[in-house]
Write a new protein. Structure first.
Ligand code: SF4
Length: 270
């Protein structure tokens, strides 16, 4: 009990309220199961859609993917010396700030929007049930009412505009919309970027299949080679070095499969 009490003190003083006794750098990684996690590392890869080669990769101990998109995308663009880049990412990478950072760096993003709204999960109207009219800066709600701009707030460094109407009190379908006095819709100052990202996906739904086929190829191959133990090293720098070797081995065998060993040897000597 004394030992556990000492560990508890350590946990409470650590910045992220976590300690790992096996490997001090490993952290709990969010998984798809609610409230569950796997202790380990977060590996990000950028894979080209034509040859499935890993263009760039990064190992972190950040528990979610939300803040990873812009860094990896920018690194990929630099590695490829490209003037523009189309990126397809999965649902976990949804952060408004990251999408803005990509857009500013000349990177177009396609990815699905997560369903985070409580209303939608509780079967009330979600934000997507409200139509935005750009020219008039209003939202039209499912009852046909206009939600006009009412005030602006700042949250997590995002400037958010709020829209509302005073028609909610006498609305016949209010119980399907809000449990409060009135429904409010929030619009980020750069929301048009998120709408463009969504539109890209609506116009090309096949992109998510392409994403799965592309990114699962290297992950599947590398995991099969790693075996059940996955990383053998401990601490972030060593795990990063281990991963870099796996990526190198994957890319080399991939190129051998694509162009053959002799042309690869010749290209390496040139
Ligand atoms: S509650 Fe308000 S926002 Fe919701 S449908 Fe009715 S009028 Fe529109």
């Amino acid at each position: 009990m004394q030992r556990l009490a000492a560990i508890e003190k350590q946990i409470l003083t650590s910045p992220d309220q976590q300690i790992s006794l096996t490997d001090p750098d490993s952290r709990s990684m969010a998984t798809s199961g609610r409230g569950s996690g796997v202790v380990g590392y977060n590996v990000q890869v950028a894979v080209d859609t034509k040859h499935h080669l890993i263009v760039t990769h990064e190992v972190t101990n950040v528990g979610t993917d939300r803040s990873q998109l812009a860094n990896v995308a920018k690194e990929t663009k630099t590695t490829l010396a490209a003037t523009s880049l189309d990126v397809v990412a999965d649902r976990g990478y949804y952060s408004s700030g990251q999408i803005l950072a990509c857009e500013e760096a000349g990177i177009t993003v396609t990815r699905p929007k997560p369903m985070t709204s409580n209303s939608k999960t509780e079967l009330r109207f979600g934000k997507q049930d409200f139509r935005y009219i750009l020219e008039e800066d209003v939202y039209i709600c499912p009852a046909g009412e206009r939600l006009a701009y009412s005030f602006t707030t700042e949250e997590n460094e995002l400037v958010l505009r709020r829209y509302s109407t005073n028609a909610c009190q006498r609305c016949a379908i209010k119980q399907s919309c809000t449990t409060g006095k009135e429904r409010r819709i929030t619009r980020w100052e750069h929301e048009h970027l998120l709408e463009t990202v969504q539109r890209r996906l609506d116009e090309h739904p096949e992109k998510m299949r392409q994403w799965r086929e592309t990114v699962e190829h290297p992950f599947g191959t590398i995991k099969a080679r790693m075996g059940a133990t996955h990383f053998l090293m401990k601490t972030l720098p060593r795990v990063a070095a281990e991963m870099a070797l796996h990526v190198l081995a994957y890319n080399l065998t991939r190129v051998m499969n694509i162009i053959g060993i002799k042309p690869l040897m010749a290209a390496m000597r040139a």
